[in-house]
Design a binder for this molecule. Sequence first.
Ligand code: DP6
Length: 339
Amino acid sequence: MSTSLDADSCAAAQAHPNIALIKYWGKRDLPLNLPVVGSLSITLDTLWTRTSVRFGNDLLTDRLSLNGREDAKQLRKVSACLDLLRARAGTEARAEVVSHNNFPTGAGLASSASGFAALVVAADAALGLGLPQGTLSEFARRGSGSASRSIFGGYVEWALGERPDGEDSVARPILDAQAWPLRVAVAITSTAEKAIGSTEGMNRTADTSPYQRAWIDTQEADLAEARAAIVARDFERLADISEFSCLKMHALAMAAKPGLLYWNAATMAAMHAVRALRASGVPVFFTIDAGPQVKAICLPSAAVQVAAALREVPGVLKVLETGLGGPAKLIPVTEAEAA
Ligand code: DP6
């Protein structure tokens, strides 16, 4: 049964992107967006997506404005994600979604993670559902896998899960940001949208990379190692396992046909710069997602030095500095609209 809404119902939310230290790459179920591996991430602080959602009986279709522009490409996924919340609320009311990022969209900076996390939190409130965070994580996952993790702050693990319906493949927080406040410098080496998105890249990898089986078989050990490093606040241990997972994911994807090459020359130079810093005793490591940006994670004492070193790397356009951030949260609609 579908009910119409009494009046316009509107809410807004802010969510932060996250960076995987133990990577998600590969899907075992496309419609439910279930992963082939569990993953573990840190949620960032100063980067954000702010999204307002207004459901209205006057709207004939869903509408999406992303960074001030209508976005037809993302609208289909946004509508499908909103359908999950509409089904829970028993309404078919369409929605007007206005979203802003304060960082480059679609360039390997996890804009889909913060985007879908902010979307489900805002839509849940606009519809008065009050769903538990696990369900919000599940719905965000349906929009984009990594978004399941951006519901939470600090250190977060997204479980592989076992159930065919995917209800147990949700994220959970494993440590607060304040409990181990690492810093992150993001070296932007290109602001162009990536040529091959994560979904397409993962599917090509699963279909053609001879390393797919090994990737799946070795992930659980990496997750256990990262969890142990985080619990012990052992930076060197976390650095080793995180670089290993990053390089393993890229090696897996490079071995697809045709091979996926997300790096440019500056990406490579920044990786070497981070390795050189670490060799000289600076507590820092790198990770890279499906794009050319290099994220350098370090202890707070090294943050200024790491950012300065990355700024010197040829081809690095800009360095963003951030700490670890909190969970997705509701914000005033006026704040989202002012973004
Ligand atoms: C390399 O979450 O963007 O950043 O589920 O297809 O939307 P979809 O993929 P997405 O992939 C992220 C891949 C990654 C690694 C990670 O964040 O774990």
